[in-house]
Design a protein around this ligand. Structure first.
Ligand SMILES: C[S@@+](CC[C@H](N)C(=O)[O-])C[C@H]1O[C@@H](n2cnc3c(N)ncnc32)[C@H](O)[C@@H]1O
Length: 272
């Protein structure tokens, strides 16, 4: 199997060809929606926002009593209510926040929690659709008494369209589901239209961070960013993608990827 550097080199030389090869196929036009306050149940509403289908897992192990109690008591207090309009200034969701950051697909929430602890003056929105991940986030928020996190339990795609223009200083998309089979590439989170939607909610000069351990997802994402009018890749040297961000504490998925011998790639894109 060629390494990530091989794929990046190939990509750099073959971007125009990749554009042709990686044309998006038509998207599905339904999506399941988890509404605010719903914990673990699903509704399928074809008339709901039809931009993207959610393809991941939503349910796993049954919740333990303490986790269920946090779903009943803590989640309603910190969950974003997409039935209400978003505040024009998103910082109003937090107590005295300087800026607001979003993590899409936080998984076990290790990174979300570490970031919220390291930056008490930033507000963090975490989104995941997997019930056991949300349970972990709730347990850690409760344990560390963190007041600067709001959660959206559902498809981040819905949240993205709810957020106001230019609301965020950073978006983190860390090890999104790789969908390695070619016929599933259209399920990957990074698509041309998603980059446009992410650009809308980022401030000018804001950062989109993307990490993956899957070489062809790196190439796939870079091809889309390079043809986007909204983002530039901030890499300054050839092996820039090998270096983790200085404030990055890693994620559970990353640790597993490293254990299994895969090489992480780290990409920073700046909103123009
Ligand atoms: C491969 S895991 C990575 C988790 C974490 N970022 C990490 O690095 O450990 C991908 C995560 O994204 C979540 N996810 C996938 N699609 C999503 C979507 N449309 N909205 C919110 N979360 C999503 C999954 O539930 C899962 O927790």
């Amino acid at each position: 199997m060629p390494g990530l550097s091989f794929w990046l080199a190939v990509m750099a030389g073959l971007v125009p060809a990749i554009h042709v090869l990686l044309k998006d196929t038509k998207r599905k036009t339904w999506m399941p929606g988890i509404k605010p306050g719903m914990t673990g149940t699903m509704s399928y509403d074809r008339d709901d926002i039809p931009q993207r289908a959610f393809f991941g897992r939503r349910k796993g192990h049954p919740l333990k009593p303490r986790q269920q109690a946090l779903f009943d008591t803590l989640l309603p207090r910190i969950a974003l209510d997409l039935a209400q309009p978003a505040p024009a200034d998103l910082r109003a969701l937090f107590h005295d926040a300087d800026d607001v950051r979003l993590e899409i697909g936080f998984g076990g929430a290790e990174h979300l929690i570490a970031q919220a602890q390291a930056r008490p003056r930033s507000g963090f929105i975490g989104s995941d659709a997997f019930i056991n991940g949300v349970a972990k986030a709730l347990a850690a928020i409760d344990e560390h008494k963190l007041g600067n996190i709001r959660l959206y339990f559902g498809d981040a795609s819905e949240l993205i369209d709810w957020l106001p223009d230019g609301a965020l200083s950073r978006i983190d998309l860390l090890y999104p589901d790789p969908w390695p089979k070619r016929r599933h590439w259209k399920r990957r989170f990074i698509q041309d239209e998603m980059l446009t939607r992410l650009a809308r909610i980022l401030k000018s000069g804001g950062e989109l961070r993307f990490a993956t351990d899957i070489a062809d997802y790196a190439a796939y994402a870079l091809a889309r960013v390079l043809r986007s009018k909204d983002f530039v890749w901030t890499a300054e040297c050839a092996d820039d993608w090998r270096k983790a961000w200085p404030d990055f504490a890693g994620t559970r998925y990353e640790a597993k990827a490293k254990r299994e011998g895969r090489v992480p790639g780290y990409f920073s894109f700046r909103k123009i």
